[in-house]
Design a protein around this ligand. Sequence first.
Ligand code: NAD
Length: 442
Amino acid sequence: MKISVVGTGYVGLIQSVGLAEFGYEVVGIDIDERKVKLLNRGISPLYEEGLEEMLKKHLGKNLRFTTSYEEIKDTDVIFLCVGTPQDKDGNADLRFIYSAVESIKRHLDDRYRVIVVKSTVPVGTSRKIKERLKDYNVDVVSNPEFLREGIALRDFFNPDRIVLGFGDLNNPKPIEVMKEIYSYFLDRGVPFVITDWESAELIKYAANAFLATKISFINEIARLADVVGGDINTISRALGLDERIGNKFLNAGIGYGGSCFPKDVKALIRQFESRGIEPKLIKATEEVNEEQICWFLNKIKRYYGDLNGKTFAVLGLAFKPNTDDLRESRGIKLIDLLLKEGCIVKCYDYVEKARENAIERYRLNNSKAYYGYNLYVLDDLYEAVKDVDGVIITTEYPQLREEDWEKIGNLVREKVVFDGRNILDREKIKRLGFKYFGVGRN
Ligand SMILES: NC(=O)c1ccc[n+]([C@@H]2O[C@H](COP(=O)([O-])OP(=O)(O)OC[C@H]3O[C@@H](n4cnc5c(N)ncnc54)[C@H](O)[C@@H]3O)[C@@H](O)[C@H]2O)c1
């Protein structure tokens, strides 16, 4: 079986490399020429642990990349992995999906093919894709992706479940094809949820909205704990020990970001509203998250008064550890707010590519400092904290706990830490003479 993967971003590239590792012949198709060139040289345009090694292992053997849709002619299964960003009204923008479908259509012939929608798409999209391809010998399958950036390869090979949505559950052909492609998972007892298109599409949105709701829930409790004097880390731990609740996605902080939760929660809200239903809980999830970063900024303001002219080290650019993805990163949001307040910001991230992406985002010059913005992206954490009025933690890097905080204390102008991810050992930091401000643990 030959496979093509359309869109080679975080999802498509992992899918391409993962399927190549299973032994399939895979061609990745992307409209971004620069990306395709890099990939064909064995360079991953994005950072994921182990990805570049696996890419190199299969490149030129059973894996290659192209900008030409003609290649789908030779393939039996086409995975659709293009982006579905947020449009100006918060809906999922399906432009890339439909443009890819039109490109695929131009190269279809009599041969039977399965088109698998991996992109996160609103309910009804798989049906619409099938409608557009009704004159062709194709079946459309909804196969939402649940990988987490930062550990995406690990997630690819160890999924919690495989969700497959079909237009007609009495049609065995696409079901057999999908079972064959994912036989590695079937053999290992991974649960398969075989259902209709609509359920599969909704499962993805519901999963993301539920996880986002857990985060907003604990952040709301943290706001009260901050005032009444509890410690949200202890509260979260105790909550998580209850099997019915579970301990995941219960860390209080400055809110969720990334390429999925913010846009998917918004798109789900729009799906309710367009059908005249008010999504009360999910709307509240989004509101709490939007407010959380301002709530945290106010904490900083309350300590310093006027922020104009203050210098801060912001530790963490990516939306989560071990990725270079800055999309909707809370760290970037906070940097923007601090710059607006007239602050000087010196930032750092452990992932080099995240720093490079920040330099690109702010169009910084080669010296990695853009004086007009008073923003500096530094390659060394200890450089970033030098002479600052406060250190702000924005990404949940466990390495931060192991840093030499005594040395940091000697480098800063004022020993103050705003721990936006509650990652530090509060007592240890205080013993070193720092003033410590976390989220819900004052
Ligand atoms: N990133 C994640 O962690 C994640 C997890 C689960 C689901 N998803 C979903 O998967 C989808 C892809 O996300 P991503 O993060 O990989 O996006 P991305 O932006 O990293 O990659 C999308 C790729 O599609 C390419 N593309 C756009 N239009 C194209 C076209 N017409 N033909 C060929 N290529 C085209 C782009 O050049 C880009 O390389 C989205 O719907 C997203 O919501 C993402």
